[in-house]
Every structure is written in structure tokens, then in C-alpha cells.
Design a binder for this molecule. Sequence first.
Ligand code: VGL
Ligand code: ZN
Length: 198
Amino acid sequence: MTQALIVIDVQNDFCPGGALAVEEGDRIVPGINALMDEFGAVILTQDWHPAGHSSFASSHEGKAPFDMIEMPYGPQALWPDHCVQGSDGAAFHPDLRTDRADMILRKGYRAGIDSYSAFFENDHRTPTGLHGYLQERGITDLTMVGLATDFCVSYSALDGAKLGYDVVVREGLCQAINLDGSLEAAIDGMKDAGVRIA
Ligand code: VGL
Ligand code: ZN
């Protein structure tokens, strides 16, 4: 009972037809559903932005999706509007087994700061509360799957490793955005941090 499956952002907007579609993002859903039965704890995360969120290119005059900007907390990629609170795009993929979730963690809900990681917002300081939840349940080992490999999955895995969890990323149950080589950089970064890529 010390192992948790963390399912990152398997939401409509990251799947084909969505606002920030990840190529074949929906391919991983059946495998993730099957994997849930092997874990005593299942946690889903949900990217959950207010309209006009500061990570949206549309909130910055003259900027386009996938441009980079400098925020008070550091560099930030700009995205198409996505995962707006309460929208269909923010909903989980309809085939994802949400009933198996012990907890659903929402992130990115503050207008002025993005949150790729399930543990900390993009200032790397503001906690989401997930660490406290896992600690109270005595969970020490995390398996991560979901979308996208090179953003929310890798940021979550790096923070998890930094916090002392044993972290495995099941690469076959993730899909990447791959912006300017971000997938390779993410895989290298995770390996360097002691995350196991399975
Ligand atoms: C994500 C970009 C913006 C992700 C979320 O889930 O990887 N990427 N928001
Ligand atoms: Zn987002």
C-alpha cells in the first residue's frame, strides 16, 4: 500500500481534437485503465486554468502559442487556451476510469502562475498539497503516466524524485508535445535526477 499511480492530465484538450492536442494522446487510455488495478492508490491530476490564464498566448499582446516569455518566476512557454475550468476540454478523456481515483488534484488554477508539476507551481516553491497527502498515506513509491511526457509528467517526476520518492515513469503510457527537442531534454533530465524510465 506504499505505491501510488499518478495519472497526469489525461484530459480532452490534450487528446486529438483538443485545444493543445498531443499526438495520439488518447492512445494511452486503455493501458492506464488496466494499470490502475495494480495500485493501492490512484491519483489523477487535472490541468485547471481560469479563463485568461497567464500561460495562454491570448493573454499577451503580440504573442503566439509556443512563444516563450519571462514571468516573475522565470521563463514560461505560452500555450493555446486550454483546460479552462469547467469546459469540455478540461474534462478527463471520457474513457478514463475516473471512478478508480482516490483523489483528483487540480493545478494551474491561479491566474498569474502556471503549474506543470503535480507537486509545485512553476515558481518551484508554491506547493499543490500533493506531497502532504502522499505523506499522510505513507506512500513512498510513485508510478507516473499521462500527458505530456515532456511537460507535466517530467516536471512531476523531477519534483517527486527531489522530494525523496522512488519514481518510475512508464514511457509507453505517456505521450509528448516535443517542442524544440523538449522530449529528449526531459528524458535526460529525469534520468539524471534518478527517475527510472520504464
Ligand atoms: C501541460 C502545457 C500546458 C501538460 C499543461 O499537461 O503537460 N502542458 N499545460
Ligand atoms: Zn496548462
